[in-house]
Design a binder for this molecule. Structure first.
Ligand SMILES: Nc1ncnc2c1ncn2[C@@H]1O[C@H](COP(=O)(O)OP(=O)(O)OP(=O)(O)O)[C@@H](O)[C@H]1O
Ligand SMILES: [Mg+2]
Length: 430
C-alpha cells in the first residue's frame, strides 16, 4: 500500500527539518512548497529527503493555493503541514481544498493577523489586552487618549513575529517613533499596502506559553512554558523552560482562556502555541495564538522533558490518526538564547556549551566578523542551547552557569563610533 505523501509549506529551519526527517523515516514521500530563494538555501540533507518540491510565490496566496493544490493532487499528498508562522493561513485553506485534516480556513486569518485576532477574541470572550488598530497620526492620538489603553501601552505590527517592531511605550513622547517602527515590519510574505499598527493595553505579569495539540476539536495541553524576557522597551525572549507547574486555580484559568482562544482561531487539527500573561492575582490575558508548533526549540524541550515525539505527533494529527501525546518521561528542559551585550562587530565567541550529557542541543548562527545587535528582536540572537534533567532547579542553575561561561567580544563597527568593548558575557534577562 502506498502511504500518503506529506507536504510541508516551507521546509526551512530546524523544526521543518525534524518534521521532514520524521515523515521520511516513516516512509512517507516528503514534498515541499517553497520559493526559489528558500529552496536554494535548503541543505543537501533536506534536499535528499524530499521526493519533490514546488516553487511558488507565497506573496500571492490565491495563486499559490491553486498551484500547490494541483501539485499535491498529482503527487498523492494526504497531509499538509507548516511550522512557518506566516504560512498557517494558506495551510488551512490548502487542507480544506484537498479535504485533508486541517484548521478552519474561515478563521485562519485570526490566528495570523493580530487585528483580526483581537476582534475574534473580543467576540468570543477570550480575555486579551484591549487593542486598537490605528492607520494614521490622528488615529494614534485617539488610541493613546483612550482610557482603555493608558500607559504603559504596547505598539506592535499587525502581522509581525519574532518580537520585531514591538515596543512598550511609557508615555506619549515615544509613541510616534514606536508606530513608525511597527509600520516598517511587514510580514514575511506581505504584499505592499499599509495594514496599520496596533496599540494595545499593557498586561503586567509573568509570561507563559501553552503548547497544545488539537485533534477533531479535542485539545491536549502538552506543557506550560515559562519565558525569560528582556525588560525595557523592546522585549525579547531570552529563554523558555518547561514544564511549569502552575497552581491548580491559575492553571485552570490559563487553560480556560487558551481553549477559548484555540476554538476562536478555528484550530481543529494541529498544534498551537498560545502566549499568555498571568497577573499577580492570577488573571490570564492571551497575548497571541499561533496555529503551529512553537518555535524557539520548544519542540526539542518537549521531546526531552516529556518524551513526547512532537514531530511524529504533528504528522499523525495531519494524517488524521490518533497522536501519542502522553508524557513518557517526567523531566525538565530549558533553552537559553545567547544575545550580544551591545551592537558592533563580533570579534570572538568562546566558552560555548557543547552537545553532551544533559545538553542535547546547541546551535550558533553568529558569524565571527559579522554584525551583532543589542537584542531588539528574536532575530538578534546569536545562538541557543538546551539543558535537560530530572530536577527543574538544577536544570535552570546549569543553564545559567553555562550562559555565564560564554565570552562574547564585540568591537565597534569599522564605520561606527564607540570604544573597543571589554570581553563580556551575554546579556541575560534579570
Ligand atoms: N499587551 C502586552 N502587554 C505586555 N507585554 C506585551 C504585550 N504585547 C506584547 N508584549 C511583550 O512583547 C513581546 C512580543 O510581543 P508579541 O508576542 O505580540 O510579538 P511577536 O512578534 O508575535 O513575538 P514572538 O513571535 O516572539 O512571540 C511579548 O512576548 C511580551 O513580552
Ligand atoms: Mg509573541
Amino acid at each position: 500500500m502506498t502511504l500518503p505523501g506529506v507536504l510541508l509549506l516551507d521546509a526551512a529551519g530546524p523544526e521543518a527539518g525534524a518534521l521532514a526527517r520524521a515523515a521520511a523515516a516513516r516512509r512517507h514521500q516528503v514534498h515541499a512548497a517553497t520559493t526559489t530563494t528558500a529552496y536554494a538555501d535548503y541543505g543537501p540533507e533536506l534536499k535528499g529527503l524530499l521526493a519533490g518540491h514546488i516553487v511558488t510565490d507565497f506573496t500571492r496566496p490565491d495563486r499559490a493555493l491553486d498551484e500547490i493544490a494541483a501539485y499535491a493532487r498529482r503527487r498523492g499528498v494526504g497531509a499538509v503541514l507548516t511550522v512557518n508562522e506566516y504560512l498557517t493561513e494558506l495551510t488551512a485553506h490548502l487542507c480544506a481544498e484537498l479535504g485533508v485534516p486541517g484548521n478552519d480556513p474561515g478563521r485562519a486569518h485570526a490566528a495570523r493577523d493580530k487585528a483580526a485576532m483581537a476582534e475574534t477574541f473580543a467576540v468570543a470572550g477570550v480575555r486579551a489586552p484591549y487593542t486598537v488598530l490605528v492607520r494614521d497620526a490622528d488615529g494614534l492620538r485617539a488610541a493613546l487618549a483612550d482610557p482603555s489603553v493608558g500607559f504603559p501601552c504596547v505598539i506592535k505590527p499587525v502581522a509581525g513575529a519574532g518580537s520585531a517592531g514591538v515596543t512598550v511605550v511609557s508615555g506619549p513622547a515615544g509613541a510616534a517613533a514606536a508606530a513608525d517602527a511597527a509600520r516598517t515590519v511587514a510580514g514575511m510574505y506581505a504584499r505592499g499596502g499599509d495594514p496599520g499598527v496596533l496599540v494595545q493595553a499593557y498586561a503586567a505579569g509573568a509570561e507563559y506559553s501553552v503548547e497544545s495539540f488539537t485533534q477533531d476539536g479535542n485539545t491536549t495541553h502538552l506543557a506550560v512554558t515559562r519565558k525569560q524576557v528582556t525588560g525595557g522597551a523592546n522585549r525579547v525572549e531570552t529563554g523558555h523552560s518547561l514544564p511549569v507547574h502552575l497552581t491548580p486555580v491559575v492553571e485552570a484559568a490559563v487553560y480556560r482562556e487558551v481553549k477559548a482562544a484555540i476554538r476562536a482561531a478555528g484550530i481543529r487539527h494541529g498544534a498551537s502555541h498560545t502566549e499568555v500573561i498571568v497577573s499577580r492575582d492570577g488573571r490570564c490575558s492571551v497575548i497571541e495564538i499561533g496555529a503551529r508548533l512553537a518555535a524557539g526549540q520548544i519542540g526539542v524541550l518537549i521531546q526531552h522533558a516529556l518524551g513526547v515525539d512532537v514531530w511524529a505527533a504533528l504528522l499523525d494529527v495531519a494524517l488524521g490518526r490518533p497522536a501519542a501525546l502522553a508524557p513518557t518521561t517526567h523531566g525538565y528542559a530549558t533553552v537559553r538564547f545567547v544575545t550580544s551585550p551591545r551592537a558592533g562587530r563580533l570579534a570572538s565567541l568562546s566558552g560555548l556549551p557543547r552537545v553532551g550529557p544533559g545538553v542535547p542541543f546547541a546551535r550558533w548562527r553568529a558569524a565571527i566578523g559579522g554584525p551583532v545587535h543589542e537584542p531588539h528582536a528574536n532575530g538578534h540572537r546569536l545562538g541557543s542551547f538546551v539543558v535537560t534533567g530530572p530536577d527543574a532547579a538544577e536544570v535552570e542553575e546549569r543553564a545559567d552557569t553555562l550562559l555565564r561561561e560564554i565570552r562574547i567580544h564585540v568591537e565597534p563597527h569599522p564605520n561606527g563610533p564607540g570604544q573597543v568593548s571589554e570581553a563580556s558575557t551575554s546579556a541575560i534577562a534579570p
